[in-house]
Design a protein around this ligand. Structure first.
Ligand code: 6R9
Length: 620
């Protein structure tokens, strides 16, 4: 039985959504009225005709509605008394800062949009981004959306082949990049990667380069243009393109932990409603919050919870180019103290890294400003939850462990800040989301039984397709009748809290028992010496599979045969003999995507001497 944590009752009393069950009841009673109320808080050029047309697997949300998402993220705040509120605070890798108010951000976006327009950018054009995380990145995203152009952001860490494949698949007309990104005090050339990536990509007409270094790099060809020159002399107002609710907003190629990347398509209306709604209620976003999401815009988390959700709520966002341990592992806590961050949203991979370095780093800083902590990307193991709660949140700050995906666009399962928290469990489906844990035939499973996580029915920010791949889109909805199959394993408890056990392709079947990777990894991490762990199943003639674990130890511990045996025994005692790893390997690092997810199939291929498949999304 795991522990249950309760936030101070004032959290609940003051929350935008104080009562989960009341909201759930309102949703169930009349879903359309429920969503109409949320959508009604936003600015529409023309109101929708209907809330939803649902012809599975195709949904049209707010058909007939017309809007521009940037009007909701900028114009309305500029006109509604938030003109001089800080919209964005940038903190560079070198400690440099830049602050933009809503008015300033609005003007920059409009100027850049006008510049793009002059270059011929129009509604529906695809624009690929390969940019560092600097304010210009956010400006360019919003400028695209202002014109109705479709952005497709690629992590500025992927290689030229991955970038090339995404440019080709989306048939991009424009690429926006920078000369360099700066990581750990070092400049990493982005422009040269773009140069390679656009060879044989004949659709690309222009490459826009934000030049940061001095002296500025030369721009050689006719195709290349300086970012600031695009803006130069442009007016501060650009008429927003009025979009249909179902017009495309962006394509984002998924992190690809399991296969070749797919271009997930999101559209304007429902996506805005879904990200606005979840930012408001899950993060309980208030006017004086200082919100910091540590993700990169190249991940869906950056799209939904750095840009569109927070800005549509008129929030103050922090963006930072810094990595968690440079110049030292105190940097993130220094940022929290310095800017008075109230809501911090990060990933288990970062939390486990901080656990490894030890409490002395966060302990140097005053973290009193924090009022909500969030996690996303992987299961937040109970051990990591407890550490985050105690060391960062001082046993006072509620944690929202948010389960969702590129495809879902918005948070789907989490624990609202006023609800009891159960470490290891993401929580319950948000009001508006119907999730279930089922067997392969789609039968609901009782509490305690492991099964497939599915979503029943449509939700506003759901993906609307896979770019150029109808079949792959249909596949999500065709495995189990009437359900969107998310590809994760899960188990529910008697209160309806859902624990995510890992990807279903990573499932390990030992002697007929289904084991989720997260279960075994959490057991390993609960040992005092372990910072991080990844487990895989290796075929075995006797047991079906045996478990092989790769383990990163906390600072100050060393791997040995004795420790290996101790860890095996620890897992045996925590879960049972079935889950005991046959082999434990002590490693310095694990293969991860740029968003911090462990790529177990790479470990598996390595262990079995097989080809790892597409590894274009692998970090470094
Ligand atoms: C937002 C994002 C989606 C996959 C998802 C699941 C894992 C995300 C999680 C989580 C457990 C959480 N995942 N959040 N697992 N608890 N709170 O990460 O999108 O990159 O598309 O990945 O990430 O496996 O299916 P994406």
């Amino acid at each position: 039985m795991s522990k249950i944590y309760h936030a101070d009752p004032s959290y609940r009393t003051n929350a935008h959504m104080p009562d989960y069950y009341e909201a759930l009841w309102r949703f169930k009673d009349d879903p359309e009225t429920y969503w109409a109320k949320v959508a009604g808080e936003l600015v529409w050029e023309k109101k929708w005709d209907r809330i939803l047309d649902w012809n599975p697997p195709y949904a049209a949300w707010f058909p007939g509605g017309k809007l521009n998402i940037t009007v909701n993220c900028l114009d309305r705040h500029v006109n509604d008394g938030k003109r001089n509120k800080v919209a964005l605070i940038f903190r560079g890798d070198d400690g440099g800062e830049k602050v933009l108010t809503y008015r300033q951000l609005y003007r920059e976006v409009n100027r850049f949009a006008n510049g793009l327009k002059e270059l011929g950018v129009k509604k529906g054009d695809r624009i690929v981004f390969y940019m560092p995380f600097i304010p210009e990145h956010v400006i360019a995203i919003l400028a695209c959306a202002r014109l109705g152009a479709i952005h497709s952001i690629v992590y500025a860490g992927f290689g030229s082949e991955a970038l090339h494949a995404r440019i080709k698949d989306s048939k991009a007309r424009f690429v926006i990049t920078a000369d360099v990104s700066i990581r750990r005090g070092r400049s990493i050339s982005l422009k040269s990667i773009v140069d390679e990536a656009i060879v044989n990509a004949s659709t690309v007409e222009k490459v826009i380069v934000h030049r940061r270094s001095y002296p500025p790099i030369e721009l050689y060809s006719e195709m290349e243009m300086d970012f600031n020159d695009v803006m130069k002399g442009q007016s501060h107002y650009c008429e927003p393109e009025i979009m249909d609710a179902e017009d495309p907003l962006f394509i984002l190629y998924t992190s690809g932990t399991t296969g070749t990347p797919k271009g997930v398509l999101h559209t304007c209306g429902g996506y805005l409603v879904g990200t606005y709604y979840t930012t408001k209620y899950v993060f309980d976003m208030k006017d004086n919050d200082v919100y910091w999401c540590t993700a990169d815009p190249g991940w869906i988390t950056g799209h939904s919870y750095i840009v569109y959700g927070p800005l549509s709520n008129g929030a103050t966002i922090i963006i930072s180019e810094s990595v968690p341990d440079y110049p030292d592992p105190g940097i993130w806590w220094e940022i929290v103290e310095e800017f008075g961050v109230t809501i911090m949203y990060t990933a288990p991979t970062a939390i486990r890294m901080f656990m490894k370095y030890g409490e002395q780093w966060p302990d140097k800083y005053n973290l009193d400003s924090l009022r909500i902590l969030g996690s996303v990307g992987e299961p937040l193991n109970p051990e990591a939850f407890e550490w985050f709660y105690r060391v960062i949140g001082k046993s006072r700050v509620p944690i929202v462990d948010t389960w969702w995906q590129t495809e879902t666009g918005m948070h789907m399962i989490t624990t609202l800040i006023g609800e009891p928290m159960k470490p290891g469990f993401a929580g319950k489906p948000l009001p508006g989301v119907e999730a279930d844990v089922v067997d392969k035939q789609g039968n609901s499973l009782p509490p305690g039984k492991t099964g497939l996580l599915v979503i029943k029915g449509p939700w506003p920010a759901m993906m609307k397709g896979i770019w150029n791949n109808e079949e792959r889109y249909r596949h999500y909805w065709s495995q189990i009748e009437g359900c969107y199959t998310v590809g994760d394993l899960a188990v529910r408890d008697k209160d309806g809290y859902i624990m995510i056990l890992g990807r279903s392709d990573d499932i390990i079947i030992v002697a007929g028992h289904n084991l989720g990777t997260a279960e075994v990894e959490s057991a390993l991490i609960s040992h005092e010496t372990v910072a991080e762990a990844a487990v895989i199943g290796i075929p075995d003639p006797l047991k079906g599979n045996i478990i092989k674990a790769s383990v990163i130890l906390r600072t100050g511990f060393e791997g040995s045969e004795t420790l290996s045996n101790e860890l095996k025994y620890h897992v045996r005692m925590t879960i049972g003999p079935i889950a005991m790893p046959s082999e434990i390997k002590f490693v310095e690092s694990l293969p991860k995507t740029r968003s911090g997810k462990i790529m177990r199939r790479v470990l598996k291929a390595e262990a079995m001497g097989l080809d790892p498949g597409d590894i274009s999304t692998l970090e470094d």
